[in-house]
Design a protein around this ligand. Structure first.
Ligand code: ADP
Ligand code: ZN
Length: 597
């Protein structure tokens, strides 16, 4: 095997050049140094430890939190001809003995395991007598006690510095905030000078947000042009994942659900299908998260509001790992905001923590209601900056604004007149003069604010409510019924009546072209047909081996084949993602498709 990083990149992985800071990190680790690597999802973190493990003598040990995640990585590496294995609870008896024999003989390049496996005294004993090249700790933010993926076993990894003091430790994560970064570097004793922090931007993801106005229809309108693509729909509750999945299946999509209340077996089966098949929609709670390194997730839709910008960024980050266009849509409503506030209040966390969670939620609301480029808002939150991106809903279709001061006065007065205890549906009905039994019983049809808001329709009022909640003029009763009241800031507004620009909600319009189509749209239609044939062949080959299609070739590789039509093995080797092992193994099968086209 060639021993310099660039030839490994070319021969094993089939890529031309390093991305971002990969080369720097790889050389740093090969020289025996520790490293902390922060790159966005899809940035190419894996190569940062895999290539050094191939260059340095001995076995590279990789700590990974989930079996599914390590098995996927191992399957991919084996396809590329790398000797990789995973040690986990699924491995036992002879197979396990054989693995340890390989370890003893040094016949492995990379060995993956979960922290609890690694920290068993028996495992550590065996590893101490093996020849290791480095220790990589993937998803290192799991050791952060404040993070949302905290895993106590990860915390115990600090002992590695004492047990294997001579081995380089490489901690990798895509989680962005500064305290978490510091905690990782400190806890694993990596040394601040060994940090490699790349920008957070995911330029291929198009961000968008929309207020709830018939969520099911909004979701269906978004998904319709994306039929046949893989994606994730996130919901807040277990029950809702099942309902939404049923709705999608009724509309002819293939959707599965995933949440923590499901039997382990059913959950794993759904995850497995999502990885193996093309064009499935996973409807899930955030229990479906880590462990998805499927590169061709083309969209992530939130039909309920996420918890914070960090959570949102991580959840949407699962789209477009392959670098091709992908899309993120968040659909949210004032009721979500109330629910989130309630979660925070009802948690057992200390007050300081609750205040922090409220602030984080405020930041997310600011993002949702922003009249500025979404990417700018996101990146600034993480301490980065950029020009207006041209690839978000605000840039592509800037929201119109109007002077909302009269509307705000009407709304706040109506909340006040009705006693600051009704939810938005009721208050809006009063504004619109919709008299029903309840309104008459309450005498709300006699109020001065009854029937004064006809200049806006219900959706427009809902949008105004959301914006005022986001601006902090309205408080929503977090204890339960969503009753709205006027905050101090709201009272001040009523006294001073300053000018206030609000967004005008967009009418549902015909949807934009889907990201996946755009990705393929780059291909002339003749090549599209070939692309589909190549995909079909890939699926056959994947099924035969029981591996996900993308470990054979990514869509990007197939698209390049379709566009360039290589006719010989030598030409095929020039395609991105075609390394030596894959060329030997699959070259014939794919050339057959191309030559027969
Ligand atoms: P991360 O772990 O940072 O989310 P991965 O390591 O899984 O990202 O890499 C994302 C994708 O990009 C993978 O399919 C990987 O093979 C590909 N990739 C990584 N480095 C390069 C490179 N230098 N050139 C082309 N593709 C790359
Ligand atoms: Zn933008």
């Amino acid at each position: 095997m060639p021993a310099d990083p660039l030839s490994i990149l070319r021969n094993v992985y089939g890529y031309d050049s390093f991305r971002g800071r990969q080369r720097e990190v790889i050389e740093h680790v090969i020289a025996g140094n520790h490293a902390f690597v922060l790159m966005p999802t899809g940035g190419g973190k894996s190569l940062c430890y895999q290539i050094p493990a191939l260059v340095r003598p001995g076995i590279g040990l990789v700590v990974s939190p989930l079996i599914a995640l390590m098995e996927d990585q191992v399957a991919g590496l084996k396809q590329a001809g790398v000797k990789a294995a995973a040690l986990n609870s699924r491995l036992w008896g002879t197979e396990k003995d054989l693995l340890w024999r390989d370890v003893g003989r040094g016949e492995l390049d990379l060995l993956y395991m979960a922290p609890e496996t690694l920290l068993k005294p028996d495992t550590l004993d065996r590893l101490k007598s093996a020849r290791l090249s480095l220790i990589a700790i993937d998803e290192a933010h799991c050791l952060s006690q404040w993070g949302h993926d905290f895993r106590p076993e990860y915390r115990a990894l600090d002992c590695l510095a004492d047990i294997f003091p001579e081995l380089p430790r490489i901690a990798l994560t895509a989680t962005a905030d500064t305290p978490t970064r510091a905690e990782i570097v400190d806890h694993l004793r990596i040394g601040g000078q060994n940090s490699f922090v790349a920008g957070f931007d995911r330029p291929n993801i198009r961000y968008g947000a929309a207020g709830k106005a018939g969520t099911t229809q909004q979701m269906l309108r978004f998904l319709e042009p994306r039929r046949g693509e893989s994606g994730i729909v996130y919901c807040l509750s277990k029950r809702k994942t099942e309902e939404v999945a049923a709705t999608l299946n009724n509309h002819g999509f293939t959707a599965l659900s995933y949440h923590a209340g499901m039997e382990m077996k059913a959950r794993e089966e759904n995850q497995r299908r999502f990885q193996l098949e093309q064009g499935l929609i996973m409807v899930a709670t955030i229990a479906f998260g880590m462990g998805i390194d499927k590169p061709d997730v083309r969209f992530v839709v939130h039909v309920d509001m996420p918890a914070s910008i960090e959570a949102y960024y991580q959840e949407t980050g699962r789209a477009g790992r392959d670098g091709l266009p992908a899309e993120a849509l968040m659909i949210y409503g004032a009721e979500d905001i109330a629910l989130r506030r309630r979660f925070i209040e009802e948690s057992e966390a200390p007050d300081a923590r609750k205040r922090m969670e409220h602030r984080k939620l405020d930041a997310l609301l600011g993002f949702a209601e922003s009249c500025q480029c979404r990417r700018q808002v996101l990146l600034r939150y993480f301490g980065d900056d950029c020009q207006p991106c041209g690839n978000c809903d605000v840039c592509l279709d800037p929201p119109e604004t109007f002077d909302g001061s009269i509307a705000v006065q009407k709304l706040l007065s109506c909340i006040y007149r009705t006693g600051e205890r009704f939810g938005q549906a009721h208050v809006i009905s009063v504004l619109l003069g919709e008299s029903d039994e309840r309104i008459r019983q309450l005498g709300h049809d006699k109020l001065s604010t009854f029937d004064i808001g006809k200049e806006h329709n219900r959706n427009a009022w809902r949008s105004i409510v959301r914006q005022l909640v986001a601006l902090g003029l309205i408080e929503v009763d977090v204890a339960g019924h969503g009753g709205m009241s006027i905050s101090d800031k709201g009272r001040e507004f009523l006294r001073e009546k300053p000018a206030l620009n609000l967004r005008i909600p967009k009418r549902a319009k015909s949807e934009r072209r889907s990201a996946g189509r755009e990705a393929r749209g780059a291909l002339p239609s003749a090549d599209q047909a070939l692309f589909e044939k190549l995909r079909a062949r890939r699926l056959e080959l994947a099924r035969m081996q029981g591996v996900p299609p993308y470990v054979i070739f990514h869509d990007r590789t197939l698209a390049e084949m379709a566009a360039r039509c290589p006719r010989s093995p030598a030409e095929l080797a020039g395609i991105t993602g075609v390394g030596e092992a894959k060329l030997a193994r699959y070259g014939k099968a794919f050339l057959e498709v191309i030559n027969g086209h």
